[in-house]
Design a protein around this ligand. Structure first.
Ligand code: HEM
Ligand SMILES: *[C@@H]1O[C@H](CO)[C@@H](O)[C@H](O)[C@H]1NC(C)=O
Ligand SMILES: *[C@@H]1O[C@H](CO)[C@@H](O)[C@H](O)[C@H]1NC(C)=O
Length: 326
């Protein structure tokens, strides 16, 4: 091309490069994600995913919560790139045994089953990362929450990072409010996004080891709630015993999580800290009173979280099997 390009063609090339550069400089790495990304190449994708999530939740309600959390833990470690789905290989140690994930992330079999159904009708086309993102959306909706359109086109990473997943980018439940705000801010999410996304704890379960110090040692906790929770979470032992994150309506995606916080019935330290006399109290109060505002802010924040540093274009790959690089 370079030898024969005419003067005007050169101008066209320069213009095209300039446009591409503008897109890059705008910093919207998600500029190339789109709702219709697979509409020609895999038109059945959305219904296959929805059906897969629906069947999994019919077998076990909790799996919806687990899929939502898996998406969060994927996106906070080097962006939404499906890295959490990768098992350890000879060349890298993956994220699944990193402290925030070890013995607690689940849902891999659902992703595997959906991916294999998708591969049957459109082989080599749809990324595991997009499938995971869609399962998070469908889980929320099937459990009674809002729905939204998911922009697609994320590609899969070829590697995963145990050390990145262990580095504190996923905040621990012992976090201060300042740490929660900082960790979300580091991936481009606002304090409002953080408070709205914490509302994901309206569904799902936590292990005793994640809330023991709160129910035995903290004073900003309802006494009867603390006693009730202590029954299945002894001072020592029983680390894996489970309790619902939303004690009121644990299987329903609603705003009772925030109502619980007003009553000092947050399960995790990091939950109750959102309503403990600090800067986020008023947002918690608003969400507790107005489910519609919560839903709207949750959707906005989920879309932003799903857009964190996606691999696009020719970056990464489309994995054949979600647990292994090709
Ligand atoms: C704000 C900071 C957050 C902290 C400190 C945090 C911490 C935790 C912890 C400690 C657990 C229990 C894990 C266990 O004991 O096995 C948990 C569960 C869960 N988290 Fe979060 N989380 C946060 C934000 C989020 C976000 C943004 C989402 C999704 C949008 C989310 C969704 C969930 C769900 C659905 C569960 C239950 C999972 C299941 O039952 O399998 N969390 N979280
Ligand atoms: C993960 O959990 C296993 C089983 O309890 C434990 O042996 C291992 O030390 C844990 N790994 C890390 C990195 O914490
Ligand atoms: C409560 O706090 C004390 C003092 O910090 C600590 O030694 C103890 O292990 C804590 N108890 C629980 C159950 O976390």
């Amino acid at each position: 091309m370079a030898f024969t390009t005419s003067h005007t063609q050169k101008h066209v090339v320069v213009l095209a490069l300039a446009l591409q550069l503008t897109f890059l400089l705008m910093g919207t790495s998600s500029a190339q994600l789109s709702v219709s990304f697979y509409s020609k190449t895999c038109p059945k994708l959305l219904s296959i995913v929805r059906y897969g999530v629906q069947s999994a939740i019919a077998k076990e309600t909790r799996i919806g919560a687990s899929l939502l959390r898996l998406h969060f833990h994927d996106c906070f470690v080097n962006g939404c790139d499906g890295s959490i789905l990768l098992e350890d290989t000879a060349t890298f140690r993956g994220e699944q045994t990193a402290p925030p994930n070890n013995r607690s992330v689940r849902g891999f079999n659902v992703i595997k089953a959906i991916k294999s159904n998708v591969e049957k009708v459109c082989p080599g086309v749809v990324s595991c990362t997009d499938i995971l993102t869609l399962t998070a959306r469908d889980s929320v909706n099937i459990l009674g929450g809002p729905t939204w359109e998911v922009r697609l086109g994320r590609r899969d990473s070829k590697t995963a990072s145990f050390s990145a997943a262990s580095s504190g980018v996923i905040p621990p439940p012992s976090s201060t409010l300042a740490n929660l705000i900082n960790r979300f801010s580091a991936v481009g999410l606002s304090t409002k996004d953080m408070v709205a996304l914490s509302g994901a704890h309206t569904i799902g379960l936590a292990r005793c080891v994640s809330f023991r110090s709160r129910i035995y040692n903290e004073s900003n906790i309802d006494t009867s709630f603390a006693k009730l929770t202590q029954r299945n979470c002894p001072r020592s032992g029983g680390d894996d015993n489970l309790a619902p994150l939303d004690v009121t309506t644990p299987k329903l995606f609603d705003n009772h999580y925030y109502k619980n916080l007003l009553n000092k019935k947050g399960l995790l330290h990091s939950d109750q800290i959102l309503h403990n006399g600090g800067s986020t109290d008023s947002l918690v109060e608003q969400y507790s009173q107005n489910n519609k505002i919560f839903d709207a802010d949750f959707v906005t924040a989920m879309i932003k979280m799903g857009d964190i540093k996606p691999l696009i274009g020719s970056q990464g790959e489309i994995r054949k099997v979600c647990s292994k690089p090709n």
